[in-house]
Structures are given as C-alpha cells and as structure tokens.
Ligand binder design. Structure first.
Ligand code: TXA
Ligand code: MG
Length: 311
C-alpha cells in the first residue's frame, strides 16, 4: 500500500475507522484524527510523543459545523470568520461537551480553523468531518511542509498521508482569542497581525512563555533542529563545519541557504522549515540563522527562529 497519495476516499475511511492520517494545509501538514473520537485523538498524542497538556486545533470545512462544536459565536469572532476563513487563522471558542476533553487538554475552550487547501477542504466537506490535527512532526521538532517530511519523521506511525504538494504558507496559523473589546494573539503565524487591525479593537500580542499553562505552541524551545542553532552575529563565526540560513544574502557555499534572494517575506516563510530541515540533515555541527525584517510575516518568521535558537 502506498503510504502517500491523493485518495481522499481512502483517507476518509481510515479517519472514520479511528486511524490517523497526514493532511496537507496551506500552513503546514497536520496529523489528523476524527476530533469527536477520543481514542483516535489519543493516537495523535502517542505518534507525536506530545505531552497531553498541549491542546489540539480542530479543523472544519463549513462554518455550519461550528454550531455543534462551540457555544455562542460573538459578533467579532463572526467578522474574523467571514474575512479570514478558509485561511491561516485559528480562533479560540468556548467548547461544547461533544468535543472530548483530550482534544483540548481539559480546557473549556477549543481552537478551530478552516484550512485553505483544496484537498483537505474536500475531505472535510464531502465526508462531513471535523479533524483534530496538530502539525505532523514529533513534538518540538520542525513542522512539516511536505508529505515526504511527514513520512520521513513519523514513518509507520501514520497510516496514510494525503499529498497536497508543498505547503503554500509554510508557517503555522495565527492563533487568536477575542472578546468584543480586544483581539489577543496567542501565536504569531501565517496571517500577519496587520491584517487583524481593521476591526476597530486593539490587537495585543500575548507574551506567553513556556511557563504558561495555556502554552499554545509557545514553549521557548520549539520548532527546533537537533543541531545546535544560533543567531549569526558576525561572519567570523562561520567555520567549515557550520551552515548558515541567510534571510536574503546569497552565499557562495553549497551548504548555506537563503530564505528569499529578493527579500520576499512570503517566499522566506515558505522556505523556512524546509531549509531548517535540510541544514539539520547536513554533515555539519552548527547552524547559524539570520533574522528576517521585523514586519508582516517577518514577525512570525522571527518568532520561529527565536524558538529554534533557544536552548
Ligand atoms: O497551522 C496550524 O495551525 C497547523 C495546521 C496543521 O493546521 N496546526 C498546528 O497545530 O500548528 P499545533 O498543535 O502544532 O499547534 C497548535 C497550538 C498548540 O500549541 C496549542 O497549545 C494551541 O494551538 N491551542 C490549541 N487549543 C488551544 C486553546 N483552547 N487555547 C489556547 N491555545 C490552544
Ligand atoms: Mg506544532
């Protein structure tokens, strides 16, 4: 049996049997299970070796599914939904009983998004599924942006991976919580915070740290290569057994990578996890990284670099 492919029917059958399946999204690949099947969701935590205190995001294909899953949707939440779904925005809602506690690690709230990827949207819509899916990487490691990444890392822990090509955005979704007076960004991600500024309420980026019990993917050391990874402070640090991830600078050395030669933040985001993985697999001892400009998607890129370099 091929471990990856584009067979949506097969993926849906496996999911309905309680198996876990890799799914493509515009942000990163997810490791999905039927969100309403607690036993299936347990398999996600096992496969990822994910601590049970870290809640999962639920993926839906139609706004009408929300009624079953969550309590009241506030006017501001509705505006965010109308404007950004499907897309890289996860919104925190008060959850209904139907969502098993394991999905939310016991929290009374649940993060939900509608992913913008044709294959996964079709899977969700044609088979009326709602899927709990964290990024499909072992806990703490770099998120996968291709079906190959998923198979390489999770091997036979995942039954099947739907192959939807490389992830278009390459950074996880932006996670927000909101009341009618404020939008709080819990995780910077694929939707830049500038896009959230049009709703007439302040947008506040939460400074969660690893000690916070809410810890949304916000552990200080996360998204990390296995090799020692540090910021590049000066060219003199570059030795033969090191590789550099530049933002836009071109390098003569084959080991180095450049996120975007033209300095385009979207291209840089798309390449970030792929290049970090490539560098992690090279015969080198240390990875150096360079920060992106701190605006738009650059803020989310820099957030991931900060965690990748944290020890
Ligand atoms: O783009 C994405 O969001 C990808 C794709 C697959 O959709 N998913 C993803 O999932 O990044 P994951 O599990 O790697 O990160 C989800 C983060 C977790 O760190 C979790 O703490 C946070 O979302 N989260 C989930 N539910 C939450 C809740 N109720 N309150 C606060 N944070 C929550
Ligand atoms: Mg993750």
């Amino acid at each position: 049996m091929e471990q990856s492919g584009t067979d949506i029917t097969k993926a849906s059958e496996l999911l309905k049997e309680g198996k876990i399946v890799g799914i493509p999204t515009e942000t990163v690949y997810g490791l999905a299970a039927d969100a309403l099947n607690a036993a299936a969701v347990v398999s996600i935590f096992e496969a990822k070796q994910r601590p049970s205190f870290d809640p999962l995001i639920v993926h839906i294909g139609a706004v009408s599914q929300l009624k079953q899953l969550v309590g009241d949707v506030s006017p501001l939440q509705q505006k965010l939904i109308d404007k950004f779904w499907p897309g890289p925005l996860t919104i925190i809602f008060d959850k209904n009983e139907i969502i098993p506690d394991i999905v939310t690690s016991g929290l009374k709230t649940v993060g939900i998004r509608m992913p913008q990827h044709p294959i996964t949207l079709k899977l969700l819509r044609d088979f009326d599924l709602c899927l709990a899916a964290p990024s499909a990487n072992p806990f703490g490691y770099i998120s996968p942006t291709s079906a190959d990444h998923v198979i390489k890392q999770l091997g036979d822990k995942v039954e099947y991976v739907l192959d939807g090509g490389p992830s278009e955005i390459g950074l996880e979704s932006t996670i927000v919580r909101c009341d009618n007076h404020q939008i709080t960004v819990l995780r910077l991600g694929g939707l830049s915070i500038d896009a959230l500024s049009d709703f007439g309420v302040p947008v506040v980026v939460s400074d969660h740290s690893s000690s916070s019990p809410q810890a949304p993917g916000m552990l200080t050391n996360h998204y990390s290569p296995r090799k020692k990874t540090s910021y590049l402070h000066s060219a003199s640090e570059i030795a033969e057994n090191t590789a550099v991830l530049y933002f836009s600078k071109e390098s003569q050395r084959a080991v180095d990578r450049t996120l975007s030669k033209s300095g385009d933040l979207r291209e840089a985001a798309r390449n970030l996890f792929k290049y970090l993985r490539e560098l992690d697999e090279l015969e080198i001892t240390e990875i150096f990284v360079e920060k992106a400009p701190d605006n738009g998607l650059g803020k989310a890129i820099n957030d991931r670099l900060k965690r990748a370099t944290a020890s």
